[in-house]
Write a protein that binds this ligand. Structure first.
Ligand code: NDP
Length: 357
């Protein structure tokens, strides 16, 4: 039997869970299809120091556990699975997971984004065997080892700093000389003596695939053309993220980078009435936990308002005949009082009224 819901939320990151908290507190009993990375990207980060309300910072996974509990507390139901199919052509919208079909009056898409990879064959072959896209998940395995981090944004720097808790040496490989990351993060990194740099360098290859583990990394200096190979125990890829929107290709408008296009910058409305999009799957600019949460809140309010408007309209149209009935009976009472029927009040046909016969 398909499940029915007024509000279906896809994704359980900051956007999805905030939407769930708001929808649940509006008595809409939302259903969340969590996705296989329950809690989203914050579950693979360490200290979050910029989420308001936590002056001493909070670990990403702890923040997400709290949001999950908060959504549960107000009656959110969760399905731990991936959405595999959506039909947005009519309402209720149909969403299928491997085991469940859900029919939803409104849909909030909060599917987030995932880590981008370099695209090397060795990278995918050694993923989980020394190559990782998540220092928080795998850093522990690199105690007293030498690791490399690829990228020059905040994620790369955060991962490099985190890895210095375990590794003896962390080398940052970045394709430029200047960093995309915020100045405060760069300053912090520069003060960390365990971090070394290979700037203006791209990764040529990672080995040893035959041995099934990472033992070296080969990089090319794009300014000098020099290729060098370095002993390595682990390689962390931290080069940004890809929105998780494949499911919506040809069903919703996506931009050239795959982000869902909303009605205007900052909006959570899509072209399909009842479908809202929020969080990192629409946001290629800010991509913060707090902006994702704000966007999830807006999506839930929009869904709530739409449902309320539709329910009011339905109620009004349901009351319409009753109103007519009431009018008729009031009229009938008046007529009774006047001692004549409504029919009698109608103008007589012309011929009759003239009384010619
Ligand atoms: P970014 O897009 O900011 O940075 C990606 C980095 O990877 C860039 O330095 C880019 O190089 C490099 N890169 C991209 N593709 C390749 C490639 N194929 N080969 C080599 N290098 C590549 O992504 P982040 O994940 O770092 O950050 C995303 C957003 O999240 C940002 O807004 C960031 O500020 C925020 N964030 C904030 C944190 C915090 O405040 N604690 C923590 C983590 C992220 P180039 O610079 O040359 O383009």
């Amino acid at each position: 039997m398909p499940k029915q819901t007024k509000v279906l939320i896809l994704g359980s990151g900051a956007a999805g869970l905030t939407a769930a908290i708001y929808a649940a507190r509006a008595n809409l009993a939302p259903l969340v299809i969590e996705g296989l990375q329950s809690g989203g990207q914050l579950t693979i980060t360490t200290d979050v120091e910029n989420y308001p309300g936590f002056p001493d910072g909070i670990l990403g996974p702890d923040l997400m556990t709290r949001m999950h509990k908060q959504a549960e507390r107000f009656g959110t139901e969760f399905i731990y699975d991936n959405a595999e199919y959506v039909d947005l052509t009519q309402r209720p919208f149909v969403v299928k997971t491997s085991e469940q079909e859900v029919r939803a009056q409104t849909l909030i898409i909060a599917t987030g984004a995932s880590a981008k990879l370099l695209g090397l064959e060795s990278e995918s072959k050694l993923m989980g065997h020394g190559v990782s896209a998540c220092a928080t998940c795998d850093g522990f395995f690199f105690r007293d080892k030498e690791v490399f981090v690829v990228g020059g944004g905040d994620t790369a720097i955060e991962e490099a700093m985190f890895l210095t808790r375990f590794a003896t040496k962390v080398t940052l490989v970045h394709r430029r000389e200047t960093f995309r990351a915020s100045a405060i993060m760069v300053d912090r990194m520069r003060r960390n003596e365990k971090i070394h740099y290979l700037l203006n360098c791209t990764v040529e290859d990672i080995g040893d695939v035959a041995a099934g583990e990472v033992t070296w990394i080969r990089v090319k200096n794009i300014k000098t053309g020099e290729v060098s190979q370095h002993a390595a125990d682990g390689v962390f890829i931290a080069i940004g993220h890809q929105p998780s929107t494949d499911l919506f290709k040809d069903k919703l408008e996506l931009n050239e980078s795959g982000y869902i296009v909303t009605n205007y910058e900052g909006s959570v409305l899509t072209k399909i009435k009842g479908v809202f999009a929020s969080g990192d799957c629409i946001d290629h600019t800010y991509r913060q936990a707090v902006t994702a949460a704000g966007s999830g809140c807006r999506a839930a309010l929009e869904a709530q308002w739409l449902l309320e408007t539709e329910e009011n309209e339905l109620e009004e149209s349901a009351h319409q005949p009753q109103k007519e009935e009431m009018d008729t009976s009031a009229e009938a009472a008046k007529e009774k009082q006047d001692g004549k029927s409504a029919k009698a009040q109608q103008p007589e046909p012309v011929g009759k009224s003239q009384g010619c016969c």
